[in-house]
Design a protein around this ligand. Structure first.
Ligand code: GLU
Length: 902
């Protein structure tokens, strides 16, 4: 915006200046049009045609039309060109398009500069003169693009082949970008001064160890170099060329299409663009030019495209800035200048144009055009194919579209003695892994596994040779939107590998760019999780055989029956007995069913023990029989159930289905392999449950693993993590990791196949051989070998149903606790009774309690003696007043009040 204002101010000042020099300057063509001059040395007339076509296109939109005036000059004839320029100046030209010849152009540029006439140079510019208007990308930007392409090829060394000293600017910039640690660059010059014979240079290339060449030079020079490279024999599959000339799409590449040499280059526009097609149409009509046979090629050169675009820039400028060029006298003696010329040129550089150009977006940073993109193109059998887009400041990456290979003319379809590169993933057991050996292994001997054996079996059948190569963990996918592939898929699509064998799932998306053999294994996605853990036995697990109600009712029954004994006993006359049988006529009778004895009797029966109490009356015997029968049934039931309870453990798992997983039941997290068909299954599924799981996986990228082994390790770590994995791989792992198991049913059904390049001519033979291996049981044998034999057997001997297991302390700890507590209670009771006995004794003998306690304690700890004197001479009791009462009577006395130990 500011620039516009500044431009307008300059424009007004220029007008004032023009009026000041009015003696020499006068208006051309009464301001009805703006003249543009083209001084061209192009003998084909294409530049002129383009120039006129561009003017006719833009004039449709302009109020003040552009008028083109062309002067044809001989290539390099500066004198002639200058004369034509003078003629143009005198006719009041507003801007001049220069010829290709560099010296002539720079001569004319100086002349135009001195007259303030915008000079347009639609060719690669080497000079740093700021006044020429040049839409061609700078040598630095070409170097930047070459740098990124070389990096994508991951070259560690290459030859930089340049035509003349000017192109060293590209090398210079490349070296600056690489700094001290770039690839080894061998620099060679092919020089037009050598009469156009580059063969000596090319022979040197052939003899050198390098086969990767970056070529920069003029359009004719580079085209000739390629032609001679073919003659010298370095245009074959061993050589890769990166062409740093923006006209590669105009070359006749027909002869190199089948050479298998990799020729990569850059271009600024595609032949399919509307502007390009219109221009081609025009040239076809005017000059009879015919379209090139190869797709991706066109005869529209950069110079033509830039001429077209420069006219567009002038047209856009005239829309914003009134411009009335004056007729000028070109003689040096007349220092008249184009009044609005420099303003017009500055304004041209301040515009940003995004549409209706051939070479894309146009804007300037200083004098240098920026903001454009390059198509990175590659020669394939179908012609030039776009394999990527380069843009300054953005990461460049090849995005090769699927290659349509025509195999029909390759050979007879026999695989004998053919060598294929087979990709495997050495981190994916049991499909492939590295052989562990103390010897250094090389070549195919380094690898083992199911996939390795399967390829060997196929090779034995079909007679081909193979070289295994680790393709990493990313099996790859095809992105329809960007038309790009990744991982192993990319290697196959780009022809760097022929086959891939691993746990590679056949998917429709992959089938779009590669082919698969028939499936050699079937599987589905399932859940890998830790086995349900046995719950630790509860402390009072011996209570488990009965429910708490049964225990409660048992207690009530026990008390009730004891009470019954007590009552029935008292009611039964037979139970009233003579306590001293030798006294025939006792004064009193005694009933054995005191409350204590009743409880003791029922306790003895309940615990399957006896007691010395024997019921005599029918009533007490009846209730005894009933109680014994009851306890018999209860104890038998308890014993039987206890055995079952203690030996059978019911392990429980929080995750029993994919739904539990989706709900993160019990806080269980889950994941899958980051790049793979399992992850893809969730991202493409339309089932609500899988959509939910996909959202979870998107939100938790840390749950995604690089390979299956990482997932298995995470599950094993016991961090409440489940891994979504293919059932065959789960099967392999659960045989080796005994605490892992498969949870739930598979979520889908699919198969693994051997990947091969699209339309591979040997596919049928491969499939037939695979079928034969299947029918002969070889596939089953291999599966058994790698799943159940190699490294297996860890868990198979100990199955899940491993019979009754011995009971551990944990199972019976509760009963120990009961025993200990019971023992402690009885010790406490005995101490209390003893204290009570000592208390009564002390009271009886009227001695101090402490003395009595000490005396009794001494008697108790005399462990060697099993008897105690009733009264000893030294005893404290013998000194007391009430010493006549025996200890026996005290004992009896205390027993009446509370039970006392003997
Ligand atoms: N089989 C999968 C694939 O071909 C890899 C493993 C997975 O995603 O679970 O991509």
């Amino acid at each position: 915006m500011h620039f516009c204002w500044i431009s307008l101010i300059i424009l007004s000042l220029s007008r004032v200046q023009a009026q000041f020099y009015g003696g020499n300057a006068y208006e051309a063509s009464s301001g009805q049009s703006i003249r543009l001059g083209l001084i061209t040395d192009d003998a084909t007339d294409r530049i002129r045609q383009t120039f006129e076509h561009a003017i006719s296109v833009v004039n449709n939109e302009l109020g003040v039309p552009l008028v083109g005036e062309t002067e044809q000059v001989a290539y390099g004839n500066s004198v002639q060109a200058f004369a034509q320029l003078c003629r143009l100046m005198q006719s009041g030209v507003g801007a001049v398009f220069g010829p290709a010849a560099r010296h002539t152009a720079s001569h004319l540029l100086n002349a135009c500069d001195s007259k303030d006439i915008p000079f347009i140079y639609p060719h690669l510019s080497w000079g740093s003169n700021p006044d020429g208007f040049n839409l061609h990308p700078s040598p630095e930007d070409i170097a930047n693009a070459l740098y990124d392409i070389v990096n994508q090829f991951e070259w560690s060394r290459f030859i930089f082949c340049y035509e003349s000293a000017e192109y060293l600017k590209i090398l210079d910039h490349l070296m600056t970008r690489y700094g001290i640690k770039g690839p080894v660059i061998k620099v060679m010059r092919y020089d037009l001064n050598l009469n156009g014979n580059y063969k000596s240079v090319l022979r040197r290339i052939r003899k050198s160890e390098d086969s990767r060449i970056v070529v920069v030079g003029s359009t004719t020079g580079v085209a000739e170099l390629l032609r001679q490279a073919q003659q010298v024999g370095i245009m074959n599959e061993d050589y890769t060329y990166i062409i740093g000339n923006l006209n590669l799409h105009t070359f006749d590449l027909e002869e190199y299409k089948y050479s298998e040499a990799n020729i990569t280059g850059i271009r600024m526009f595609s032949p399919d663009q509307e502007e390009v097609r219109d221009l081609m149409e025009k040239l076809h009509q005017e000059l009879g030019e015919s379209e090139p046979v190869n797709s991706g090629s066109t005869f529209i050169t950069m110079e033509m495209a830039l001429t077209y675009d420069a006219v567009r820039v002038i047209a856009e400028t005239t829309k914003h800035l009134p411009y009335q060029p004056q007729m000028l006298n070109c003689s040096e003696r007349h220092d008249n200048v184009q009044p609005d010329g420099s303003t017009f040129r500055n304004y041209m550089r301040s515009l940003e144009i995004k549409e209706k150009t051939i070479t894309g977006r146009i804007y300037f940073e200083g004098n240098v055009r920026k903001g454009f993109t390059f198509d990175v193109i590659e020669l394939q059998t179908s012609g030039l194919v776009k394999v990527g887009t380069w843009e300054e400041g953005k990461d460049f990456e090849f995005q090769r579209p699927p290659q349509a290979v025509n195999f029909n003319d390759i050979d007879d379809g026999s695989l004998v003695n053919k060598t294929f590169i087979v990709l495997i993933s050495v981190a994916t057991k049991p499909y492939a892994s590295l052989v562990e050996s103390i010897d250094t292994l090389i070549g195919n001997n380094q690898f083992q596994g199911y996939g390795v054996d399967l390829i060997k079996e196929l090779a034995d059948k079909l007679g081909f040779n193979f070289t295994f190569r680790d393709g990493g963990n990313d099996y790859g996918s095809f992105n329809k939107t960007t038309n790009s592939t990744s991982g192993m898929l990319k290697e196959i699509v780009e022809g760097r590998a022929d086959l891939a064998i691993t746990d590679l799932t056949i998917t429709s998306e992959r089938e779009e760019v590669i082919d698969f053999s028939i499936p050699f294994m079937n599987l589905g996605i399932a859940i890998l999780y830790v086995k349900p853990q046995k719950a630790p036995p509860a402390l009072f697990s011996f209570m488990d055989p009965f429910s708490s109600e049964v225990w409660l009712y048992l207690g009530i029954a026990y008390l009730g029956v004891s009470l019954c004994f007590f009552i029935i006993g008292r009611l039964s006359p037979i139970e009233w007995d003579n306590p001293y049988p030798c006294i025939e006529e006792p004064e009193e009778l005694e009933n054995q069913f005191t409350i204590n004895n009743s409880l003791w009797f029922t306790t003895g029966a309940l615990l399957q023990q006896g007691s010395e109490i024997a019921p005599k009356a029918l009533s007490t015997r009846t209730i005894s029989a009933i109680w014994w029968f009851f306890t018999l049934i209860m104890v038998s039931s308890y014993t039987a159930n206890l055995a079952a309870f203690l030996t059978i453990e019911n392990p429980t798992s929080p995750i029993n289905s994919v739904k539990d997983l989706a709900d993160n039941k019990d806080d269980v997290q889950y994941g899958a392999k980051r790049t793979g068909s399992t992850r893809n299954f969730f991202s493409t599924s339309e089932e609500p449950i899988y959509i939910k799981m996909n959202e979870y996986l998107n939100a938790h990228p840390e749950m995604l693993m690089e390979n299956n082994q990482q997932g298995v390790d995470k599950v094993k770590s016991g961090t409440k993590y489940a891994f979504l994995m293919e059932s065959t791989s789960i099967e392999f792992n659960t045989v080796r990791e005994c605490n892992l198991t498969k949870v739930g049913d598979p979520l889908d059904e699919k198969g693994y196949g051997i990947a091969m390049v699209k339309n591979w001519p040997y596919r049928d033979k491969f499939n037939k051989a695979l079928l034969e291996l299947q029918e002969q049981g070889v596939l089953a044998r291999l599966k058994n070998k790698w799943w159940n034999e190699v490294g297996a057997g860890v868990c198979s001997a100990k199955s899940d149903d491993d019979g009754p297991s011995e009971l551990g302390v944990d199972n019976l700890s509760g009963i120990y606790v009961v025993l200990v507590i019971g023992s402690i209670i009885s010790i406490i009771i005995s101490i209390l009774c003893w204290c009570y006995f000592v208390y009564k004794k002390a009271k009886n003998y009227e001695v101090p309690f402490c003395d009595a306690l000490a005396e009794e304690f001494r008697i108790v700890i005399r462990f060697s003696e099993n008897e105690r004197p009733l009264k000893s001479a030294q005893s404290i009791y013998s000194r007391s007043r009430n010493s006549s009462q025996s200890i026996e009577s005290l004992k009896t006395d205390s027993e009446e009040n509370m039970p006392v130990e003997d």
